[in-house]
Write a protein that binds this ligand. Sequence first.
Ligand code: HEM
Length: 405
Amino acid sequence: MKIVDWPAADVLKIPGDFPPGPLFTVPPILAELRDNRPLCPVEMPSGNRLWLVTRHADVRFVMNDPRFSRDLVFPGAPRMAGDDLTSVAGSLFNMEGDDHTRLRGVLSSCFTRRSADVWRATTQRHAHDLLDHIERAGQGADLVEDFSEPLVARVAGDVMGLSRAEHATTQEHIRRQLDLLGSQEQITSATTALTELAGRLVDRAAESKGGASGLVTTLARAAREGTITREEAIGTTGLLLMNVTDPLVPPLTVGVMTLLRHPRQLGECVRGPELWPEAVREVLRYHNNGITNFPRVAVEDVERHGIVVSAGEGIVTSALAAAHDPREFVDPHVFDVRRREKGSVFFGAGPHFCLGSVLATVVLAAAYEVLFKRLGRLRLAVEPHEVRKADGGFFACPESLPVTW
Ligand code: HEM
């Protein structure tokens, strides 16, 4: 049966039918789907019906199988809520095959050990500066407004060559673009605005003499030399604007909440800072980002669990559900920074595996380390159940997190 023919009563709605568990934990319905409906039809806010995949093995399968394509740059492609970053031509994220390999090769040259060291030092410097401000202001702070958001803004600004004002505008565009409750017009206009901004950044990088190893500079230079097109430089810069910001704020906030609820493990990290990258990976496994990843489209019929995903139908993986699959992880509901299992999919898998995985880990680890070293008695200033989720966002994040120390 084609997905459009499924009776409405059997189709779950995202996000409405997927309320989170307590304290930003995994939506309980994902366990039920993993056990009983490993391929389940869901309706996205766009009105599109997609197949939702929840088992770890199936998520890896979809991410690795070229019959599921990330190229959604065509009218009528399956969408989350509207024409978001998955609709942008020239973005690495939306390409497949040889063109994807060629563009990815250009960008990979920026993700070196040296750049990780630079990002670590940048994060440490900004984290100390923000904590100086917080301490000077006296007891009590909002971790989102005073630490997580400005820290990520500053690091992203340095990495992408954005002024503070440009960064604020970028943030606003991204918020509107990834708003699951936003209108189609709002999402399209935000995508257009972000692509225009990316174009200005590429032009500026092409004119500048310094920063030869920066992300945008590398793309601009490759476009000048003809290795990639101008559209690819701009589309991929737009993707990076989102990547260096949006997925980092939630783990910096929810992760702090969760670490505070596990004081023994937190103490071990503070005493043995080499454990911080493990803590980051466990935060990302435990909370992940969003109910689902971005969609893919089947380019031929694929059968799985007795169901045929027909060519042209959309499919979406839930790395969050996969991270809590007991077929893969021992006691997946337990937060354990010393967890031994590898192979988690919070950074994706296959050809589109996250290029920034090392950098993201470095930034989050440095931020946790500085925060808990400076504010050794950090604690929530409200009851954990009082912390509210911000509305609409793709990534689940508290709207504020009052803390004291
Ligand atoms: C905690 C933070 C992050 C998480 C959880 C995350 C997760 C992911 C995931 C799951 C994908 C693959 C999606 C798919 O195949 O459907 C991806 C792709 C990507 N990520 Fe990340 N990411 C993070 C941070 C970053 C950062 C900081 C950067 C860059 C500086 C980055 C750059 C990219 C790029 C360029 C791709 C596209 C790769 C391709 O299509 O070949 N990410 N990320």
